[in-house]
Design a protein around this ligand. Sequence first.
Ligand code: GLU
Length: 467
Amino acid sequence: MESMHIRTRFAPSPTGFIHLGNLRSALYPWAFARHNKGDFILRIEDTDLERSTQEAVDVIIEGMAWLGMDIDEGPIYQMQRIDRYREVIKQMLDAGLAYPCYMSEGELNHLRDQQMANKEKPRYNGLWRPESGKTLPPIPEGVLPVIRFKNPIGGSVIWNDAVKGQIEISNDELDDLIIARPDGTPTYNFCVVVDDLDMKITHVIRGDDHVNNTPRQINIMKALGGTPPIYAHLPTVLNDAGEKMSKRNGAMSVRDYQKAGYLPEAILNYLARLGWSHGDAEVFTKEQFVNWFDLESLGRSPAQHNPEKLLWLNHQYIQNADAAKLAEATKPFAHELGIDTEHGPDFVQVVGLLKDRANTLIEIAEGSRLFYLPAPQLTAEQIAANIPEAVVPALKDLIEAIKAAEPNKESYSAAFKQVLAKHQLKMPALAMPVRYGLFATTQTPAIDAVLVVLGKDEVINRLSRLA
Ligand code: GLU
């Protein structure tokens, strides 16, 4: 393996909803390529014209870019390679590796019914398969044939799956696969093989819903003179209720997570652990993940989506993030909420104050609102109810102490202590009226830090109206 230049691919079908589980299928081949200094290719399997949409392609490409999965080649669209598939089909026909089959759909259905009635597994019976000494039926007029691959007869296909171990499928289980439809369009399993060969893919890392396709793909690949890649089939990702993930049962797309205020680093870390582990490491950087990634540590049983864990990870990343970077990421959310972060306290400071307690960027944005509202206009009743007469002398002293203090947390904290001691008060007795006076609410972060962020002048203005 040392001498092999590793090439992996993510080959999504852009047919509808792209959930987190789908992107995990991109993450592992990406990480494997990066770990081995190889190449990572994005191939869009868009031959299902009815179900493929540009919207789904965009979601995939944006999602990968947002998570930082860079692509070395692609996106390569299968629809743009149709001529190449046709060329290979012609080569296979010429070489006797494939043949035209004129069995109509009606005949095929009839055959299937008969086989079912005899309790046999429905399969194509090889009627049009050329063999030496065999006379084929006369070609019916006006029928366009499908092209079938001449699957080997007897023996079996064996591969050593990097996740599932050795898998052996008897060739008798596999009938002659249709590789081109009557209108000449190539079929899915065939295109995958041509692409994996042309793109020199060394490792196919994909969902285990493709295990059944693998022996067929290996046979075609060998017929074309290619060496099959190493396959690693990943167990499914289940939702938190243990069902297959889908939009219908509440799966969210990457875009939804982005809009809900998740950080891409947290999502990447989370996805990495959905079916792969490195000891008991839970929080790690992208670089660590790439350094550690190997196929041996892929999980063998289905991974289960755990929204609480994702939220917890997001909190970890928010808490440890640089405040300036976090502020940049949070601004659009704040603006969305109508908060004018350009006027008022420094937004980086506000975010720095809120990040330790927030799980999402939306929570930070919501928490920041307080600092950008105009000074509250308190009614006499509100003042009477929240700022007891007995505290007013202490409040007056506090204003003076704040005026004299350095504009930092330590000095403001010392100012509080000194006033509390003089007036024989406990912290809440003074801090709650101060909070209320500043914001018309007592729900704020630590008061000394709040004073720093709001700014000395503003604090004194607001408090002076009360005492
Ligand atoms: N297009 C297939 C899918 O989205 C993947 C095929 C492959 O990875 O070989 O399920």
